[in-house]
Write a protein that binds this ligand. Structure first.
Ligand code: SF4
Length: 343
């Protein structure tokens, strides 16, 4: 622009203010934050002059430049060519899939070790990593019965198996909420009252119109009201990756002070099933580096797979529900709300 005679006086970055809390109509001056980055841009400008010819020449060449893989493939973002350049290094049995591997991965790779099974015995590994490497070598499961027993001993009947779905829209819909805030709109609850009892299923799915018309009933309050009916006052609440559920509930406790004792009691009773798998108290090689329920469930219970569900992940649930809130949903609302499993 300077060369064209229009030198900018200031450079600014306009971004969303995550601390913004909606209260009525959204004032864009509060919703966005304008950050002056003039000094930073001016500091970086010589880089362009220094490199522009080199970059232009790279664009002209007709043969593929030779570039070794490295940390630059993931940083500052995952490169689009990764599948091409990395090839089979992305396979489950390779060191790049070492669980929480970070620097160890590059140390191994730079030493010419590509397969998990070839990691030398004296290479320092965490407990989970050792289980993974051993699983690759032998195909054996690792079961730490004392730790699993300790975990199970914490669980008090009745057990409440609990999972939230949330929406987290950039532009908040409800007063009192912020950009990207996780707002629960659905939960699934299976209650097992004793060891030999069948689970009893309860569920909640807020009416989408409560989001646009919260004066009738705020959907967050509707969820709390239903939770008060569904949850008894004793028994453990079991979640997978409970920090997420706890975070959503704690935000409800802050925003709905009349119910905070009830909500905080739920959080105090929560135990995290992820602990069993993240700590590799139970590990089978099919988990690979992951302790996510998406990998753990099909490995342990192959007939229970997310793949058979019509709405089979949180993102899709989130998008579908948001389209019901903003009125862009095209299908049959009643049918979709009741959809569970495709036969
Ligand atoms: S994956 Fe991308 S960054 Fe990595 S070597 Fe290939 S082209 Fe370069």
């Amino acid at each position: 622009m300077a060369h064209a005679g229009h030198t900018p006086k200031r450079f600014s970055l306009l971004h969303i203010n995550k601390l913004f809390v909606k209260n009525g109509a959204i004032n864009l001056n509060d919703f966005f934050t304008l950050t002056d980055i003039t000094d930073l841009v001016i500091q970086k400008q010589p880089w362009v002059t220094e490199h522009i010819e080199e970059l232009k020449q790279t664009l002209q060449i007709r043969i593929e430049p030779i570039q070794a893989i490295g940390r630059h493939c993931n940083n500052p973002f995952v490169c689009d060519f990764k599948t091409y350049c990395w090839g089979n290094l992305l396979d489950k049995d390779k060191v790049f899939n070492l669980s929480y591997g970070k620097d160890k991965i590059w140390r191994l790779y730079n030493d010419g070790i590509l397969n998990l099974a070839d990691i030398p015995d004296d290479f320092e590994l965490s407990h989970r990593q050792s289980c993974q490497v051993n699983g690759q070598r032998t195909g054996a499961a690792h079961i730490d019965s004392p730790s699993i027993n300790q975990f199970l001993n914490k669980a008090v009947y009745p057990l409440y198996f609990f999972d939230f779905e949330t929406v987290n829209s950039v532009v908040p819909v409800l007063d009192g909420t912020s950009p990207f805030q996780q707002i629960g709109f659905q939960y699934s609850l299976h209650i097992v009252s004793n060891i030999n009892e069948e689970p009893l299923h309860k569920e909640f799915l807020a009416r989408a119109e409560y989001f646009t018309n919260p004066q009738v009933l705020n959907p967050r309050q509707a969820m709390i009201n239903q939770m008060k009916i569904d949850f008894g006052t004793t028994g453990s609440i079991v979640s997978y990756n409970a920090s997420f559920e706890k975070g959503v509930i704690e935000k409800l406790a802050i925003d709905f002070p009349d119910d905070k004792l009830f909500l905080r009691d739920l959080n105090n009773r929560m135990i995290d099933l992820l602990d069993v798998f993240r700590n590799a108290w139970y590990y089978v090689p099919q988990f690979g580096k992951s302790a996510s329920i998406k990998d753990v469930l099909p490995a342990l219970v192959p007939n229970l797979s997310y793949k058979t569900l019509a709405i089979n992940n949180g993102d899709l649930a989130n998008k579908t529900y948001m389209s019901m809130i903003d009125g862009t949903f095209k299908g049959d609302v009643h049918e979709t709300r009741n959809m569970r499993k495709e036969e």
